[in-house]
Design a protein around this ligand. Structure first.
Ligand code: ZN
Length: 276
């Protein structure tokens, strides 16, 4: 098989067929265009997942191939700031499911969304389950930060909880590692969302048990939720490399996992139309 690029769309249909025949995993980067404070461009989430997927596939070209980025996500809570594109929840679920299902129709049986936007997981989870129920494929979803919460904890300098949320230490460090020329650290400001209840906090290392997302224009001034002042390219490299390593290990295990036939343990009543 001739794998000339980590991205599936750079190949012709014969090559795509060969990738499916070789049981390669399809990695689908999913994120959003969304404001990320004054120091970062609006493509943070897209840039990070695209980079992580491309690097993973470049290093293990026989293991996985990268689908086109889904650059729009759920953003209603953030529309009070310029720079955000928001897709409605039903449209988004259908979009994710249709894309994953398209790969199943090509013959792929292992599909994984790599998500980079904190408001997408609910919809990605529903879409993934819809396609698992409807087809013979396995479809899963993972947020890149959830792969390395212990590595985030080991290297972070910002306060937990709060410093590694939106446009904070983690995302700014990753952007500094991937594309430093587009980061304007001189404009970075710290704005942590206060932990206003014992059971509620927001942080990419791990959030509190209560899920509730307020409209950000009510609670935020800068567009930052976190502490980008503690960010560095060095930490970005450590976190990116750890994510790629763990993602690759999972993809190996995912590809090896057998998909078993469905069984029906229900009582099956006799069909009255059938003659005895
Ligand atoms: Zn982000």
């Amino acid at each position: 098989m001739n794998i000339r690029s980590p991205r599936i769309e750079h190949h012709d249909w014969h090559e795509v067929k060969a990738m499916a025949e070789a049981s390669m995993v399809v990695l689908i980067p999913a994120a959003t265009m969304e404001q990320h404070g004054p120091h970062l461009p609006c493509d943070v989430d897209n840039l990070i997942v695209q980079y992580l997927c491309d690097e993973t596939a470049k290093r293990r070209p026989e293991l996985c191939t990268v689908a086109p980025l889904i650059p729009f996500g759920f953003n209603e809570h953030n529309m009070g700031f310029p720079g955000c594109i928001g897709i409605g929840p039903h449209t988004l679920i259908e979009l994710y499911a249709d894309i994953a299902e398209s790969f199943t129709r090509m013959g792929f049986r292992k599909i994984l969304f790599l998500n980079g936007h904190g408001s997408n997981p609910t919809f990605l989870t529903i879409a993934s389950r819809m396609v698992v129920n409807k087809t013979e494929a396995h479809v899963g979803t993972v947020n890149h930060w959830d792969l390395i919460s212990d590595v985030i904890a080991a290297h972070r300098e910002s306060v937990y909880p709060g410093g590694c949320a939106h446009a904070g230490e983690l995302e700014t460090s990753l952007y500094l590692h991937i594309c430093p020329e587009r980061v304007r650290m001189e404009l970075a400001v710290k704005e942590n969302q206060p932990r206003w209840a014992e059971q509620f906090w927001v942080d990419l290392q791990g959030g509190g048990p209560v899920a509730m997302c307020d409209d950000w224009s009510r609670i935020n001034q800068s567009g930052v939720e976190g502490d980008p002042l503690t960010a560095s390219a060095e930490k970005g490299k450590i976190w990116a490399e750890a994510t790629i390593e763990r993602l690759t290990k999972f993809l190996d295990e995912y590809r090896a996992r057998k998909i078993l036939p469905r069984r029906n343990f229900n009582h099956v009543p006799e069909d009255p139309k059938q003659e005895k």
